[in-house]
Design a protein around this ligand. Sequence first.
Ligand SMILES: *Cc1c(COP(=O)(O)O)cnc(C)c1O
Length: 395
Amino acid sequence: MSDPLLPAFLGGLPVRPEGPPAWPFSDADVQAALAAAVASGAWGQYHGEHVCALEAELAVFHDVPHAITCASGTLAVEAALRALRVGPGDEVVMAAYDYESNFLTVHAIGAKPVLIDIHPDTWQLDPSQLEAAFTLQTKAVICSHLHGGVVPMRLVMEIAHRHNVGVVEDAAQAPGATVDGKPAGTWGDVGTLSFGGSKLLTAGRGGALLFSDPQLHQRAKLWLHRGLQQWAPLSELQAAALLPQLRNLPAMTAKRAENMRELAVMRSRDPEGSVCGALPFGSRLRDTVAAFYKLGFHFDPTAFGLTRELFVKAMRAEGVAFDAGFKALHVGRSPSRFRAVGDLPNATAAHERCIILHHPVLALSRPDVQQVADAIAKVYRYRDMFAERPPSTRG
Ligand SMILES: *Cc1c(COP(=O)(O)O)cnc(C)c1O
């Protein structure tokens, strides 16, 4: 029988035997809302009250005049680009480390992605790279707030507007966050949200757009409609499920932020805290209320003594939902598919070293968060027993 104290990956007992919490949590308010939508007949209607109510509440929540719901966050980004009149031959600037579907959406409308580097500390789009990317073909910038970090939107808007370039602010991972005193998704000319199955606000599928400008709102609305009907809408039942979640979002955001801070404190108290690479992205932000969809960390394989792949596997075996971050958009893709501004070293580093913790555990209690810290510390303690080592520490 092997030592129960060993990492679960090496035959010991897991820190969290029940595994990562499933998402979404069971929610009595959502169940009541769905039951009421079934009882009233709204479940089978084109135009019940729920979609309208959700659009109205999204606008109030974000303090903007207009919100439109639609079938997905990906579609919302496309509608946003089309509202900004991006089309064939245009260029769209985005971070080389971003959600892949944003890159593919730019291609889908016949435009070309122009990839800029991310900031070396925050691993978010770096506004200081924007001006070098702009040409006469540049029509728009896509900014995504990722992994609990936020893009400095005030600066992005100043630079983009000086060059007459539109901005799509993708807040799919940051509903309820505040950037420099304003809700995430309301800085850009168009803001977008996702209600996909893993997201903080979920209906399994769904998305939304936020606007201050009535003309952009009108253009997106026209493009999303074919006659009276939207052709890829949110359903009444999806909207019914989302309404109570939106009302509960500030409380959930506060809870996740508090647990993130606890985790950062626990990590910094650990003797090996510094070598885990690992203060979460959101822990250094000021004037900002972050939202935590996936919580990103800079992982340093050499300092930790394990490859990222092995670290993730070891954490999963402990019952803690760490994953590798996104693949950078310029890696392993034909250079004919994009234009790169510079060598993109920080996006390459994020491609190789970003790890992300899935959010559900952050909405539980302190002992659950302590398990995350304990699992990291345990795997670190036994790092020498893992056979596979990063090249620089192989000896
Ligand atoms: C999830 C996500 C989207 C798109 O969401 P879907 O609703 O799944 O299409 C867009 N951008 C970012 C950053 C995301 O995380």
